[in-house]
Design a protein around this ligand. Sequence first.
Ligand SMILES: [Zn+2]
Ligand SMILES: [Zn+2]
Length: 346
Amino acid sequence: MAVDDYYKTLGVSRGATQEEIKKAYRKLARELHPDRNPTEKASEERLKSVNEAYDIIGDPDKRAKYDRYGTADFEGINMDGFGSIFDQIFRGFGFGGGMGSQRSSRGPPQGESLRLTIPLTFKEAFFGVDKEIAITRKVKCETCAGSGAASGTAPVRCNTCGGRGQVMQTMGGFMRVSQTCPACQGMGQRIETPCTKCKGSGLENSRVTLDFPIPPGVEDGMSQRIRGGGNAGPRGGPSGDLLVVFNVDQDEVFIRRGLHVFLDTDIPFTTAVLGGDIEVQTMWGTSKLKIKKGTRGGTVLRMKEKGVHANNGRKGDQMVRVEINIPSKLTKEQKDALEKLEQEGL
Ligand SMILES: [Zn+2]
Ligand SMILES: [Zn+2]
């Protein structure tokens, strides 16, 4: 949904005060009330969109985001975009299609895509974290509403290409190829009097703070593409994408693979032989782990659900690799006792 739509729905201008928005909403809500229009399906539908619009631009915080981000989907970016991380986050940059795949050869080009790296500590990636990230992106120039033309004027159709943005050229005497129009650089239009604010580009820089509720389980190198989150296109062209890449620190003790956590731990050789409980560090605090008698070095023991608890309900485990601690220093008594065991054939 375009940015102006909520304003249009309420019949107010983009510059309207909160008070004006509230007034407009109340008036419409009264007019469209089911008591007044008991049989009209259309007013019911309209009331729904009026409520939706007021829900966003009636709230100064939501409105600010809506204005700055240039889309009605920012709620989706905040919540749903990361809701099921393991379904939606792509590994690396190997996904097909290409950033500009939706660009048509006609009309103003798509804006550039932006890339944003979010550094996370091991703990933040494990438990999830809310991050506020500031980026500078190009948005539609407010003065000319993105057209690039000075107020009171409008862009005119390019004569060279007739507004198509492309011209045909004959190459080698027989091959006809389509080329970007050199007169308008593919825009299909020409600006006679450029907007003084943006000098005809239709764009201005905007510093945006985005809320990223990052779910538990993000891995280093994972990325998420937010469609339309990049720079706005010049002269009203579609926005590029925002690619968010996560950079996760390593931990000195724990290693993560997916939802699971791996850890090496030493146990006394007597515990390995006789069995017993040991205390093991987990991301959730210290926890008891039962060692069976006769446990060999290198054995991997599973601590259920001590790994990442993902938002989709899946829970990882902690894998503990047991190393047996062989003492290098013994007291006289310990040495005597072990020698006695050795003579007994153990
Ligand atoms: Zn042209
Ligand atoms: Zn402008």
